[in-house]
Design a protein around this ligand. Structure first.
Ligand code: CP
Ligand code: NVA
Length: 299
């Protein structure tokens, strides 16, 4: 049966941990200059209906490094943008490439694509979840601090796609997630119900962050919500992750952000640009974690 990666629960906890471990191995091998060609002659199709820097470059570079190739497809210059049904696109692409990555708006679209695809489909971000980012975030945590089981993570900000993936990760890897979000910006109720034993909602960021081991945030207005920016700046007042807020966390707490970041909104420059900030490594780990994911799905 074809395995897809549409959201984190598509993996078991053991598989999630194995991918993190393999990501670390691939990272070391690359740093040592070793060539690993486990995906020789394999081709990844990448459909982007939203902008991307990290996701595009990490998948494209990752395929090249593993001996394969990647094709960038945008709706502006494919028939998808002219109304060709997603089902037909899935049936055709999956007869030509070995794997498809999709970044789009409605989560239902990647599900429909996967339903008609003969090859593995990877979710490169939807309005609902961003599972690839969590592979990289968890790899970064494991590299610095070991297993995350039993730790406390504080999510400060919007109950958005990134928050939902943190909720799924909390359930799979068994950590506690404190979610601080303003009223009206709560995460999805269904995901919350499925992860209720691991998640707790707060309105006060200071309360959520106190004693936490990992603090994560994201933009207040996600892609597709640009026109809400001004309103959200008002609604999220007090939710900026500042050094003062970070001082309430555990003394060795890490700060993560999927990027792109808006300094002075969801995070202060002082926090994200700190000398010991792991956000650049977190971004780099997209490459290693997704190479491990591609190997997992394709070999
Ligand atoms: N974090 C992330 O997915 O970045 P991009 O939007 O640049 O791909
Ligand atoms: N929540 C953000 C994440 C970007 C990587 C968005 O969806 O735009």
């Amino acid at each position: 049966m074809t395995r897809h990666f549409l959201s984190l629960p598509d993996l078991s906890a053991e598989e999630f941990r194995a991918i993190i471990q393999r990501a670390g191995e691939l990272k070391r091998l690359q740093q040592q200059g070793e060539i690993v060609e486990t995906l020789k002659h394999k081709v990844l199709g990448m459909v982007f209906e939203k902008s991307s820097t990290r996701t595009r470059v990490s998948f494209e570079a990752g395929m090249a490094q593993l001996g394969g190739a990647a094709i960038f497809l945008s709706p502006r210059d494919t028939q998808l943008g002219r109304g060709e049904p997603i089902e037909d696109t899935a049936r055709v692409l999956s007869r030509m490439v070995d794997c498809v990555m999709i970044r789009t708006f409605e989560h239902e679209k990647v599900e429909r694509f996967a339903q008609y695809s003969r090859v593995p489909v990877i979710n490169g971000l939807t309005d609902l979840v961003h599972p690839c980012q969590l592979l990289a975030d968890m790899q970064t945590w494991f590299e610095h601090r070991g297993d995350i089981q039993g730790k406390t993570v504080a999510w400060i900000g919007d109950g958005n796609n990134m928050c939902h993936s943190y909720m799924n990760a909390a359930r799979l890897l068994d950590f506690k997630l404190h979610i601080a979000c303003p009223e009206g910006y709560d995460p999805d109720q269904q995901i919350l119900a499925s992860a209720k034993d691991h998640c707790r909602i707060f309105r006060d960021p200071a309360q959520a962050i106190t004693g936490a081991n990992l603090i994560a945030t994201d933009v207040w207005a996600s892609m597709g919500q640009e026109e809400e920016q001004k309103q959200r700046e008002k609604d999220f007042a007090g939710y900026e992750v500042t050094a003062a807020l970070m001082s309430l966390a555990a003394p060795d707490a890490l700060f993560m952000h999927c990027l792109p970041a808006h300094r002075g909104e969801e995070v202060s420059a002082e926090v994200i640009d700190a000398d010991d900030s792991v956000v650049w490594e977190e971004a780099e780990n997209r490459l290693h974690a997704q190479k491990a994911l591609l190997e997992f799905l394709l070999t």
